[in-house]
Unconditional design. Structure first.
Length: 203
């Protein structure tokens, strides 16, 4: 599968390495241009390619956005339309400034700006070091670290769940985009190492 990643920071780069490790091809991008990603792509290996955000979106069977929330308007909506979009960003007012979400959850707000995308909120509740160090595909699902997902498209959630399982974590569906507030910063499950049973107890 081809995965396009918009955002080459800690989460985007770490996810790229995990996806490549299980056999996927990755096109990764940032706001500064592909030339700034030469070293990263060299380290990721031959299944990684640097491109513009638009090219990354067009190339992906799945697209992942891992950019600062405040830059949501830079997402190439036309190129993402119709595709599964993993949204890993979080709104931090102290970093992103004051943004009027209009009563929407953070994932609903992003979905509003990428109409037609099959958005799944995921990879936003795990610190990048733990994303790098904690995957273990040899463990039974019930013993793995949970990665939470939310979305309104059941098929898209199934696809993202399979990806999470393949890289060595345990997906846990917490419901719709409306319910995704339960995995936003400040929630009881945010940035915690939990098994499925432990997470369900908190939810």
């Amino acid at each position: 599968m081809n995965i396009g990643i918009i955002g080459a920071g800690n989460i985007g780069a770490t996810a790229a390495a995990l996806f490549i490790k299980v056999g996927h091809k990755v096109t990764i991008s940032n706001s500064r241009g592909p030339d700034t990603l030469r070293e990263l792509v060299a380290n990721l290996g031959p299944d990684a390619h640097a491109a513009s955000p638009e090219e990354a979106a067009r190339s992906g069977d799945i697209v992942m956005e891992a950019i600062p929330f405040g830059r949501y308007a830079s997402l190439p909506a036309a190129d993402i339309a119709g595709k599964i979009l993993i949204s890993a960003s979080n709104y931090y007012p102290q970093r992103d400034g004051q943004i009027d979400l209009g009563g929407l959850t953070q994932s609903e707000f992003i979905a509003q700006h990428v109409p037609g995308a099959r958005l799944v909120k995921a990879f936003n509740t795990i610190y990048w070091v733990e994303l790098r160090d904690q995957p273990d595909p040899t463990r039974p699902l019930e013993q793995r670290r949970v990665i939470f997902i939310a979305g309104d498209d059941a098929e898209a959630k199934d696809t993202v769940s399979d990806l999470i399982t393949a890289i060595g974590f345990a997906p846990l569906d917490i419901g719709s985009l409306r319910e995704s507030h339960r995995q936003e910063p400040g929630s009881p499950i945010y940035n915690r190492t939990l098994t499925i049973a432990e997470a369900r107890a908190l939810l």
